[in-house]
Design a protein around this ligand. Structure first.
Ligand SMILES: CC(C)(COP(=O)(O)OP(=O)(O)OC[C@H]1O[C@@H](n2cnc3c(N)ncnc32)[C@H](O)[C@@H]1OP(=O)(O)O)[C@@H](O)C(=O)NCCC(=O)NCCS
Length: 182
């Protein structure tokens, strides 16, 4: 598990991240059915579909690393990283850099949206990923209509590159470069 304190004015939020386990899948199944998830992730899957989708990544996180984000120790969000190169399935076929990571995330509770917590969480997760010296840059790919997510990622240090066609449809590719070394 890794943690990071993100300060926003006088508020300090403590985020940590732990790998998703099979014991989390019933909880994740509840989360993915919530309207603020289905709006952007599509129709709610069954528990069996959640197990089929996430189980292989839990068993072998070489390509996709699924996590539960904890806020002050409590499950707060789902967040995953992935190695962009050789993703397969039509994803990021042009990527040649093995150091590129991608991230995807959603906050569990609708009451937590739009309060700056997503920005703080993404900053903390990006810092965790960059602690690996092999990571060159981090990408994310929101739906171009998801203005809240795009604004959150901009505040977390991502800049828009342009629209790309993915197996899930058109996305806005956004990139966060590794911070300058001292
Ligand atoms: C995307 C997500 C992780 C962002 O986290 P968050 O905590 O809601 O985001 P933040 O509060 O840190 O930042 C949101 C920003 O967008 C702004 N915003 C909110 N709704 C907006 C809208 N409809 N249009 C434009 N900007 C909007 C907020 O005002 C804020 O910007 P500001 O601080 O400059 O005012 C979270 O909203 C989420 O989980 N959404 C549901 C699922 C989802 O969209 N997942 C992402 C898929 S790529």
């Amino acid at each position: 598990m890794s943690g990071a304190s993100i300060t926003d004015d006088d508020t300090v939020w403590r985020f940590s991240f732990r790998p998703l386990t099979t014991a989390d899948l019933p909880l994740l199944h509840q989360w993915v059915a919530r309207p603020h998830w289905t709006e952007w992730w599509g129709e709610a899957p069954s528990l069996a579909e959640v197990e089929a989708d996430y189980g292989p990544w839990i068993a072998d996180p070489a390509k996709v690393q699924p996590h539960i984000a904890l806020l002050d120790g409590q499950p707060f969000a789902y967040i995953q990283s992935y190695v962009a190169k050789d993703s397969g399935g039509g994803w990021w076929a042009d990527e040649t850099d093995p150091g590129v990571r991608g991230i995807d995330q959603s906050i569990a509770d609708a009451a937590h949206l739009g309060r700056g917590l997503g920005t703080a969480m993404v900053k903390a997760f990006v810092a965790k990923l960059f602690s690996d010296p092999q990571v060159t840059h981090i990408q994310t790919d929101p739906d171009p209509r998801n203005a809240r997510a795009i604004r959150c990622y901009e505040k977390a240090g991502f800049r828009p590159i342009g629209e790309v066609l993915t197996p899930d449809g058109t996305a806005l590719l956004m990139i966060c470069k590794r911070p300058e070394q001292p």
